[in-house]
Write a protein that binds this ligand. Structure first.
Ligand code: FAD
Length: 443
């Protein structure tokens, strides 16, 4: 290895500056480890980052939402000093639109499940009988009713006698965007985690958080944060190969700019790019071979600008599959941009952009129950590998953060966090990987 070596035999290298890599780096820096964070692109945040458009405005890689129960994501923003830049509701308030009818989901100060009772009683899309069965099923979740590891969420809903209306207007309203899978494909165990943490384990855990359109600004303090703790970030630094030297128990990390030495490495890159990062030994690791079977799931983002405002609400959910969550932003000239996040898009993701725009507009028109204003701009972004499958079988393919190579650890939303592909899952995976590194370095 005659190439210029930087880093050091005591340093830890984190590959990938998505939320998993950022969380791992912050955790390691706080624990006193000299950490070097390497990112192939010129921006921080990965899938939870944003890009700058030609007109100077920022656009998220994908529209993002979080919940008050996403405690580690929120704590990360606190550590970076950027929590004040996101908007977090005190209590859940959500408008649901269907065929011109508006339903409101809101929490009150009443304790526990009773908090939702006033909104639930008035909710227009369910019969009294359906409401009774929904309340009973929520009660079962609250009391930790066990689910079978191979049970799908659809089977669970059937077991609890949930009607199609209850499924559409309550359960899938939340499970479709968080799991990005229809109930037939989603693990009941993962769905339980979502409902339990949002509604029962955290005070007002279902309150919505809006990181805004310029997601990358939330990580702008990171370079300074790491520098102050002896670490650094290298952007535009794609890692081509990681080589483990078994004799010296250290790593050489090959980037296009040269070699970096490290005592331990955290690979915080998507599982779809893992084999290209590892050398033969690493790529053949059992855990990494299995994870390649994990199917990727798409999300489609549609941005529609109308000449005048269509709604005053800051977020709207349109029930059904595909599931639409709409984030309106009114401009100073009165025009309004609707960022429409389409989860569980199914075949829609394969349509040409013009067809997706027509489909979205006709869906919006039906939901609002009125003609739309004049469309002045529209664009579509398809994310083919936005999340991974939440099928019960697929959960067994998610690796833990350790590998068979000593000192090599994994972080990423896809690791076995017990959560679906979310910002919270990514952050938790980074924290767990950092803890594993610290244990390894101390051993
Ligand atoms: C459209 C969309 C909408 C979403 N909506 C939500 C939402 O509303 N709420 C929510 O909680 N979650 C949402 N998610 C999921 C969430 O964004 C992800 O789960 C999370 O950001 C994943 O973080 P990560 O760090 O695991 O991976 P990534 O964000 O993919 O980060 C990996 C990083 O590694 C870098 N990298 C890859 N290869 C290399 C290499 N060889 N060398 C150096 N760097 C490399 C990449 O450039 C990237 O920056 C959404 C995702 C998408 C795509």
């Amino acid at each position: 290895m005659d190439a210029h070596q930087v880093g050091g035999l005591n340093s830890v290298v984190v590959v990938g500056a998505g939320l998993a890599g950022i969380a791992a780096a912050v955790e390691l820096a706080d624990a006193g480890y000299p950490v070097m964070l390497l990112e192939q692109s010129s921006r921080l945040g990965g899938r939870a980052g944003s890009v700058r458009l030609a007109d100077g405005t920022s656009q998220p890689v994908g529209s993002h939402l979080f919940l008050r129960c996403n405690t580690e994501y929120i704590r990360l923003l606190e550590r970076l000093g950027t929590k004040s830049q996101v908007h977090l509701q005190k209590k859940l308030a959500l408008v649901v639109l269907h065929m011109g009818k508006t339903g409101r989901f809101y929490a009150t100060s009443l304790p526990d499940l009773l908090s939702f009772a006033p909104a639930f009683i008035k909710y227009p899309f369910l019969s009294l009988h359906d409401k009774h069965l929904v309340a009973r099923a929520l009660w079962m979740i609250r009391h930790g009713e066990p689910v079978m590891p191979d049970e799908t969420f659809a089977q669970w809903l059937q077991r609890h006698k949930q009607s199609l209306a209850a499924r559409r207007f309550i359960w899938e309203l939340i499970s479709a965007p968080t799991l990005n899978s229809p109930a037939e494909e989603a693990s009941a165990a993962l769905a339980m985690v979502i409902f339990r943490t949002a509604f029962f384990e955290c005070d007002h855990g279902a309150a919505l958080g809006f990181p805004g359109r310029d997601l990358s600004r939330l990580y702008a303090t990171l370079p300074q944060y790491l520098k102050a703790r002896g670490g650094e970030i290298r952007m535009n630094c794609r890692v081509q190969q990681v080589v483990f030297n078994a004799q010296e128990r250290c790593f050489s990390i090959l980037t296009k700019n040269g070699l970096i030495a490290a005592k331990a490495v955290v690979l915080a890159v998507p599982y779809t790019t893992l084999p290209r990062v590892g050398n033969a030994t690493i790529a053949e690791d059992g855990a990494l071979r299995t994870v390649q079977k994990l199917p990727a799931k798409s999300i489609v983002d549609v941005f529609l600008t109308y000449d005048k405002a269509l709604t005053k609400h800051s977020v709207l959910a349109i029930p059904g599959l595909p599931a639409l969550w709409v984030f309106p932003e009114t401009k100073s000239d009165g025009a309004q941009e609707l960022a429409v996040s389409i989860s569980c898009p199914g075949e829609l993701a394969a349509y040409p952009a013009a067809q997706i725009i027509r489909w979205t507009e006709s869906h919006l028109q039906k939901a609002f129950g009125q003609p739309l204003p004049d469309l002045i701009n529209a664009r579509v972004i398809k994310h083919q590998a936005a999340t991974f499958s939440t099928h019960p079988m697929a959960q067994t393919w998610r690796p833990t953060n350790t590998t068979s190579v000593p000192g090599l650890f994994l972080a990423g939303d896809y690791t076995a966090t017990g959560l679906p592909a979310t910002m919270e899952g990514a952050v938790r995976s980074g924290i767990d990987a950092a803890a594993a590194v610290i244990r390894y370095c101390r051993a």
